[in-house]
Each structure stands twice: as C-alpha cells, then as structure tokens.
Design a protein around this ligand. Sequence first.
Ligand SMILES: [Fe+2]
Length: 238
Amino acid sequence: MAITADYSEKIPNNVDLHEDRRLQRALESWQPNFLTWWDSMGPTLPTRDVYLRTAVNVGREGWAHFGHVAMRDYRWGIFLAERKHDRRIAFGQHKGEPAWQKVPGEYRADLRRLIVIQGDTEPASVEQQRNLGATAPSLYDLRNLFQVNVEEGRHLWAMVYLLHAYFGREGREEAEELLHRNSGSEESPRILGAFNEETPDWLSFFMFTYFTDRDGKYQLGTLKESAFDPLSRTCESC
Ligand SMILES: [Fe+2]
C-alpha cells in the first residue's frame, strides 16, 4: 500500500485507488454529489482566504504530515493509516485470530450499520454548525470551526470508502443516503437524535464539543479496535 498521498488523482488517496477502476469510478461519481452537498449544506460564511491544514502524508509514526491550503483548494480524499503487520483481534469470541481484511458474512449487516451510523454523524455536524461562522467570537474560533468542518468531511469520505469498497450495492446506496438525510429534517432526519438538535450559537457549539463530541471521541477509540481492519485503520486519527 502506498503511504504517500497521491494528489495527482481526482480523489487524493493512499489506498491505491487507481488499481481498482470500478471502485474508483463509483467514488468519482459520489464526489460531485458530496461537493454539491458541501455547497448547499456546508458553512454559510464564505471561506475564501481561510487557510487550513490538510494531510499530505500518512504514516504510523506521527499519524499525518500536514501542509496548508486555501479552503477553496481543499481536496478531500481517502487516507487510511498504515496496515500493521499481523494485527490480531484483541478481545471477544474471535480473540487472537488475525484481524479481518474482508467483511465476514455473519457480521456484514452489523458492520454496515455501525459504519453508516458513524458516517451519518460526520455530515450531520457540518450541517448543525453551518451558520456559526457568522457569529464567531474570534478569528481563532472561526478558523478552528472550518478546520473541524473539513475534518468531518474527511471522516465522511473514509466511511464512504468503506461502504463502497466492502459492501457492494447496498454500501453504495447507503453512501447516497448519507447525503440525503439532513440534520433536523422532518422527512429524513439524521440517524442519531443529538445530530438533529439545533446549534444556533457558540454556547450550544461548545456544549456540543464538550459532551456530544467527547462521547464520539471514545466511540472512535472503540472503532479503532475493530476486528475489521480497514475500519480500524480509518480511526487512527479521527
Ligand atoms: Fe467526525
């Protein structure tokens, strides 16, 4: 697996996407839908002239190397942590067995559900936070807000990659749904209640980061221990 991110591709990645044309085409057709979603549901304040950190390289030592890009040039991609040699399942019924590189049939539905729920929270929080830029207490807060937003987009891309790469047609359909559900929507709300709550001001946002997101942090810590190795490798630096 290439560890250096390939930025010559339409979708920057370190998963050798060009070696699987079908997968590459499927993700390239999801990409414009994502960008349309970002334009219509992402930050309402113009993000021109905002410079953000972006991962340019991923390695096991010190997870990512960062460069700076203008927000308008920010390119989401797929960056998984390096595969650990001979990683074993750490607990439970399958303890000690090699971590799964493919989805075992008996856990397919459960794993898909887990990934969909995780994936659903990522665009949901961008939607919740979309108006906060207008009332940022400082430039520092504003920049951090946008940074958080693009990182959520990165996590979404990771979950969508897993759905496309490992869950066939159902996975592709779930990936579409991640952009159709919206925070607070009557007809198709986000899956978890907390992600349908309004975040109209920075106090709500700070409470969100302090409680809801704090909980999410530990949740990602548990996903990192997943027996399904590709899922574990998306959570290295979530
Ligand atoms: Fe996230």
